[in-house]
Write a protein that binds this ligand. Structure first.
Ligand SMILES: Nc1ncnc2c1ncn2[C@@H]1O[C@H](COP(=O)(O)OP(=O)(O)O)[C@@H](O)[C@H]1O
Ligand SMILES: [Mg+2]
Length: 384
């Protein structure tokens, strides 16, 4: 720590969204200089980063030149020009998590093959080059309704995923190389964030349960601890540990799971970074996911992942029908409720369902946290 985290140590972060901002908030507790690169001059992390570089995360030159400026490069987004990262690595620059792991995860097809190789339970799948191939496969009964099509690359927050229930949904098919998965009868969606440092120490956060808004296909609220039998949560933590060890990774791995109607736990997808499902850890866990990420990449002892209080996390999403300079309503009233913690990312412009901030609601019990969260949901409006 003494050597790594001094006022001359330069940590580079690719992309300056909310995850980058919250990572910098933690880094500033120590004596780290932060460099952030983002295309958007008004990105959330810009106002608190020590240095801002304008540049696109998908552009080779931008990523390559940015990487050369810093002592250690990390990222808060998966969609990064991988060739630039690999070139930097070959020249001896330090990038964590390792670009080879990011490359695997950037491709949902390669991810799925990895699960198969490592005997990690996941939905059955097959590969397709375009939507015509999928239509042909339906005609010849090689795939059956309902199924889920996922673009191999570039998707996030439900974009790049098409749920095809029947013939009528075929107009929703996406163009591009993709995987087709059997549609799981989902009972619950849960997530576990695992952390691993260079010494191979692993710690997992308690299981969180995601409750989705079916309309926006975005997480509506998230609860921790989850309301599942202990046996299932132990299983999820075991799989997350196996996965991070199998990847041999130094960093955080967020693992999304489905629990199906039979109670089986299967892996949906992973992300090699801090994650929306870990926001509550800032207030509710001894060590936040952001501090833990820094501990992993600096190879420090991992911090306690013990839950201090039950928590509910609500995303503050742009209201439907509003687009333009943002106005919030109900924040003051929400903050009058005990245990309500507001995070605004500082995005100037709202759009329907854009993630503008989040609120963590702590309670002495999950019941009380849920009741308070419902009150907050009624109070908060994001308009323009
Ligand atoms: N095989 C599946 N069966 C049923 N629902 C699925 C399946 N795959 C994805 N979904 C639904 O779509 C959502 C988004 O899919 P995901 O693969 O997590 O993509 P993203 O990268 O956009 O998060 C999931 O959280 C889940 O609700
Ligand atoms: Mg997902």
């Amino acid at each position: 720590m003494e050597k790594l985290v001094t006022s001359s140590f330069k940590l580079g972060i690719i992309a300056g969204g909310q995850l980058g901002k919250m990572l910098i908030q933690e880094a500033s507790k120590w004596d780290v200089i932060t460099y952030v690169m983002d295309d958007d001059d008004h990105c959330p992390a810009r106002t608190i980063a020590s240095h801002y570089t304008k540049g696109s995360n998908t552009d080779y030159e931008s990523v390559y030149n940015f990487g050369k400026k810093v002592d250690l490069l990390t990222y808060e987004i998966e969609n990064i020009n991988i060739e630039a990262l690999k070139k930097l690595k070959s020249e001896g620059y330090k990038i964590l998590p390792d670009p080879d792991i990011l490359e695997l995860i950037q491709d949902k097809g390669k991810q799925k093959e990895f699960y198969q190789q490592k005997d990690i339970p996941t939905a059955a799948f097959s590969f397709f080059e375009n939507h015509y191939e999928i239509e042909k496969a339906i005609e010849s009964n090689r795939i059956n309704f309902p199924f889920v099509q996922k673009l191999r690359k570039g998707g996030y927050d439900g974009r790049g995923v098409a749920v095809i229930n029947d013939e009528k949904d075929l107009t929703k098919l996406l163009e591009g190389p993709s995987i087709v998965e059997s549609k799981i009868k989902i009972e619950k969606e849960i997530a576990v964030i695992a952390a691993r440092n260079l010494d191979g120490q692993v710690k997992c956060y308690p299981v969180v349960e995601m409750v989705f808004d079916p309309h926006a296909n975005l997480v509506d609220k998230l609860i921790c601890p989850s309301n599942i039998p202990q046996e299932q949560s132990e299983k999820a933590v075991k799989i997350a540990t196996e996965l991070i060890n199998a990847l041999g990774m130094q960093g955080l791995l967020a693992v999304e799971f489905f629990i199906d109607k039979n109670g089986d736990i299967i892996v949906n997808e992973v992300a090699p970074r801090t994650h929306n499902s870990g926001h509550h850890t800032i207030e509710s866990v001894v060590t936040s996911q952001f501090e833990q990420h820094l501990r992993t990449i600096f190879n420090l002892p991992l911090g306690s992942t013990k839950l201090k209080l039950p928590a509910v996390m609500l995303n503050i999403l742009g209201g439907e029908g509003y687009e333009g300079p943002v106005k919030y309503e109900g924040l003051t009233e929400s903050m009058a409720i005990e245990g309500v913690k507001v995070h605004l990312y500082g995005k100037k412009v709202t759009k329907p369902f854009r993630k503008m901030g989040h609120i963590t609601v702590l309670g002495s019990s999950m019941e009380s946290a849920l009741i308070k969260a419902e009150e907050v949901k009624k109070l908060i409006k994001v308009k323009s």
